[in-house]
Design a protein around this ligand. Structure first.
Ligand code: NAI
Length: 251
């Protein structure tokens, strides 16, 4: 079986991804700031908003990793600085550190969101941030290009999509490691209520009405597992919606 690291393993989509991957025979190491509720093959407690904490955690991980699922994330009700750190800068730092431990056939899966769909509108800014390597340099870039609190969640999901799409080509050609995003619509997890606070009751009700219900975490986890697996060995550089068709209803 593969050795797979899953961040955000202690709740929601991450917990369900751990459960499914283990059912299918993988050795799964979880990372989260909270203790997991379910059993794992290994767990590293870490605050993924801090570069030093990520580096400490990486030292506790196995020498060889086959896949990384970056599921940990905070909603836009958190401070913009925390959203930048967890949803983009820390995720990117961890991915680059674990890339060093992957060989041909490796896979990185990043959980974006349909709320990141408007990345083409800010492509130049996202490209500039994507091409500013390093956690501290990223923070310095953001100090010069501040992001509004109201739209920070969308902004850093967009940044994640642009980074994934642009860097995946290089990573795949150089190392044979694939990198992709999964973009869920509303999912029934503890942070769903935060989206109501972020977007307003009306928008969330409208989306819920269009699809009749939010997704369940076990409707998102299999797609993450697929992109981690060898069945997806020729899939690289995509942002795959898992939204029951919600995004298409806006066309
Ligand atoms: P959740 O809140 O149930 O799980 C998130 C996990 O990330 C938690 O276990 C939390 O402890 C962990 N985490 C947060 N900040 C951390 C930090 N600084 N260090 C370490 N761990 C940290 O949320 P859910 O819904 O499972 O979210 C997973 C991902 O899916 C997130 O990236 C979220 O943005 C994304 N997403 C969720 C949607 C939804 O409707 N629930 C919709 C679209 C995307």
């Amino acid at each position: 079986g593969k050795t797979i690291v899953v961040t955000g393993c202690s709740s929601g989509i991450g917990a369900e991804t751990v459960r499914l991957l283990r059912t299918r025979g993988a050795r799964v190491i979880g990372m989260d700031r909270h203790e997991p509720l379910l059993s794992l093959d290994g767990f590293v407690k870490a605050d993924l908003s801090e570069q030093a904490a990520i580096d400490d955690a990486v030292r506790q991980l196995p020498e060889r990793i086959d896949a990384l699922a970056n599921v940990a994330g905070v909603p836009g009700t958190a401070q913009a600085d925390a959203v930048a750190r967890v949803n983009f800068l820390g995720l990117r730092h961890l991915s680059l550190r674990l890339l060093e431990r992957m060989g041909e056939g490796g896979s990185i899966v990043n959980v974006s969101s349909i709320l990141g769909a408007e990345w083409p509108a800010r492509l130049e800014a996202h490209r500039a941030l994507a091409e500013t390597p390093g956690f501290e340099a990223g923070l310095a870039w953001l100090a010069r290009h501040p992001v509004a609190q109201e739209t920070c969640y969308q902004y850093f999901k967009e940044a994640l999509i642009v980074w994934t799409l642009t860097q995946s080509q290089k990573i795949f050609l150089r190392q044979g490691v694939r990198m992709n995003c999964v973009a869920p619509g509303p999912v029934l997890t503890p942070i769903l209520g935060d989206f109501v606070a972020m977007l307003g009751e009306e928008r969330v009700q409208k989306d819920a009405h269009r699809m009749k219900r939010p997704a369940l975490a076990d409707e998102v986890a299999p797609v993450i597992a697929f992109l981690c697996s060898d069945d997806a060995r020729w899939v690289s550089g995509i942002n795959l919606p898992v939204d029951g068709g919600l995004a298409s209803t806006y066309v």
